[in-house]
Design a protein around this ligand. Structure first.
Ligand SMILES: Cc1cc2nc3c(=O)[nH]c(=O)nc-3n(C[C@H](O)[C@H](O)[C@H](O)COP(=O)(O)OP(=O)(O)OC[C@H]3O[C@@H](n4cnc5c(N)ncnc54)[C@H](O)[C@@H]3O)c2cc1C
Length: 503
């Protein structure tokens, strides 16, 4: 077990409020070359939402679904799989192992081995560089930071104020990633990443009737339109009923199980009324309608900030409107990009900024010479682990045009590659590049298809490095791999330019 923190200790150089993965990085980067001492204040589990209730368990549930689907489309293996479905118990056991059975022992051990202290409890700012921690036994401990406080309190699922919905105790993301039983009939509310991923694993794990209700006319609306269309088609193939352009106006659940735990049915059947007056009866509702920042009970008014809302930060992750260069925010709570890897990136920069300022302000050496998150935020990568996967970075064509960028675009069918033909039969996918005409560099790239997740980093590198498209021509993709898509996209772009036509 990790060494206990001196219970009388009241001062550190850096306090990180919220010990998620981003917070761990901030504490580490502030301390590692500077001699500063940092402490994590964590109310639940060190490692945060991603490790236990979000990224890791969800991907653990999706992987077997993807493998089985591939096996069903790979002659030589298909006959071995036959009509067999998923071994649900084994999948749930592996999910539990992936989240260390909700034990954070190994993460605490990492922190202590790295020289970072961990204080258990719920923290609230009470003034400049001061945090009051309510310990698990209810007692209060006040700690102060010599240099900085970093807020990494994350976000929680938003359950909107639809009549009867909250009273019905619907499942939120924590329940659907931690499901312990497979409901027969499920309504998924939402059409974004979490809704589409959850619908994918619920269908794969054997939900008999899955209905996805989404107010918008398309899934994954923040992506290129073809991404949502491909995902919708596959969900329908796996039996999902998609109600797009429709919303829920009321929910009725007569029997609510007030004490039912995470991932267990929260009551008897629930009936949803839709905006056209029709009704839908299901055994569980999954709400995937966005997130709210966990900032409404962390003492923001004590430092002159309004209570709640995203914390507005600059490119060094310093919270705007608070004098003294001591308050920083990273991760979901700052609202810049609700993704683990972006929170950790912000944390690395914030940690270096804090260390640099504490040691007189000189720019640190190594990779940290540029103390700004501006570059990385020009090229935010995201993978949606649906079938097909959607991997995107930067801007969509529409977003680029709305930002006033004069762009040319090119698209190509991912299925028309030797590298994807080998992966499986009935491959579906598409890719698109968005190129800034003025600089001849990428401002966005999207790949949809099985096995495209690892293609994404090549586009991110090209964007961050501002590599001209003409130079990308000399980056030869290996044959036969899905990365041949680069050659096909560039050939098409080149042809369009020579013949004077757009994609
Ligand atoms: C189902 C699902 C799947 C996802 N999949 C992915 C994915 O594949 N890839 C990806 O990049 N992102 C994914 N995300 C998003 C990702 O989970 C979040 O962006 C990430 O967890 C945010 O990290 P964070 O550091 O902001 O804080 P969080 O992970 O939200 O953690 C905040 C921590 O602060 C603690 N805390 C809060 N308030 C206090 C307080 N006052 N005092 C002490 N402690 C406090 C909490 O207990 C928690 O441990 C997914 C999200 C969901 C819901």
């Amino acid at each position: 077990m990790a060494a206990a923190v001196d219970p009388e200790r009241s001062e550190w150089d850096v306090i990180v409020l919220g010990g998620a993965a981003a917070g761990e990085n901030a504490a580490q980067y502030a301390a590692q070359f500077s001699g500063l001492e940092s402490v994590l204040v964590e109310a639940e589990l060190v490692g945060g939402e991603c490790s236990y209730w979000a990224c890791m368990p969800s991907k653990g549930l999706l992987r077997p679904v993807e493998v089985l689907n591939t096996a069903r489309h790979l002659p030589g293996v298909t006959s071995l799989v036959g009509e067999n479905g998923i071994d649900v118990d084994a999948v749930l056991d592996r999910r539990d192992a992936i989240v260390n059975n909700l034990s954070d022992d190994s993460q605490v051990r990492w922190a202590v081995d790295t020289g970072i202290d961990v204080v258990r409890g719920y923290g609230r700012l009470t003034g400049e560089r001061t945090v009051a921690v309510t310990k698990p036994d209810g007692s209060l401990r006040t700690i102060t930071a010599r240099h900085a406080v970093v807020v990494d309190t994350g976000s929680r699922a938003s359950v909107p104020d639809i009549p009867g919905l909250r009273a019905a105790r619907p499942w939120i993301s924590r329940d659907v990633t931690h499901l312990r039983e497979i409901p027969r009939r499920v309504a998924v509310l939402g059409g974004g990443v979490v809704a589409c991923e959850a619908a994918t694993w619920l269908c794969g794990l054997g939900v008999e009737e899955l209905t996805l209700v989404h107010r918008g006319s398309a899934l994954l609306a923040k992506q290129e339109p073809f991404a949502g269309e491909l995902v919708a088609a596959e969900l329908e193939k796996s039996g999902a009923n998609l109600l797009l352009g429709r919303s829920v106006t009321a929910v009725r659940r007569d029997e609510v199980a007030a004490e039912a735990g995470v991932g267990i049915a929260h009551g008897g059947p629930a009936t949803l009324t839709l905006d056209d007056g029709s009704e839908l009866t299901v055994d569980e509702i999954v709400v995937a309608l966005g997130r709210v920042p966990a900032s409404d009970d962390i003492g923001l008014p004590s430092v002159g900030l309004p209570n709640g809302g995203y914390l507005d930060v600059d490119d060094q992750q310093q919270v705007k409107g608070v004098p003294g260069q001591w308050l920083y925010a990273i991760g979901d709570v700052c609202g810049r990009a609700l993704l683990t890897h972006m929170g950790k990136y912000q944390a690395r920069i914030a940690g270096e900024v804090i260390a640099s300022r504490a040691n007189g302000g000189g720019a640190p050496g190594g990779f940290a010479a540029e103390l700004s998150t501006a570059q990385g935020h020009r090229a935010v990568p995201q993978v949606t682990f649906t079938d097909p996967e959607v991997a995107s970075v930067g801007l969509t064509e529409q977003a680029a045009r709305e930002a006033g960028i004069d762009v040319e675009t090119v698209e190509y069918d991912m299925a028309a590659l030797a590298g994807t033909y080998l992966l499986r039969e009935e491959y579906t996918g598409r890719a698109k590049l968005v190129v800034d005409r003025a600089t001849d560099t990428l401002v966005g790239a999207t790949f949809a298809g099985s096995g495209v997740a690892d293609l994404l980093h090549s586009a991110t590198v090209a964007m961050v490095g501002r590599v001209p498209v003409s130079a990308l021509w000399h980056a030869v993709p290996s044959y036969p791999t899905p990365s041949e898509i680069w050659l096909r996209l560039l050939e098409t772009l080149n042809r369009n330019r020579r013949l004077g036509s757009d994609a």
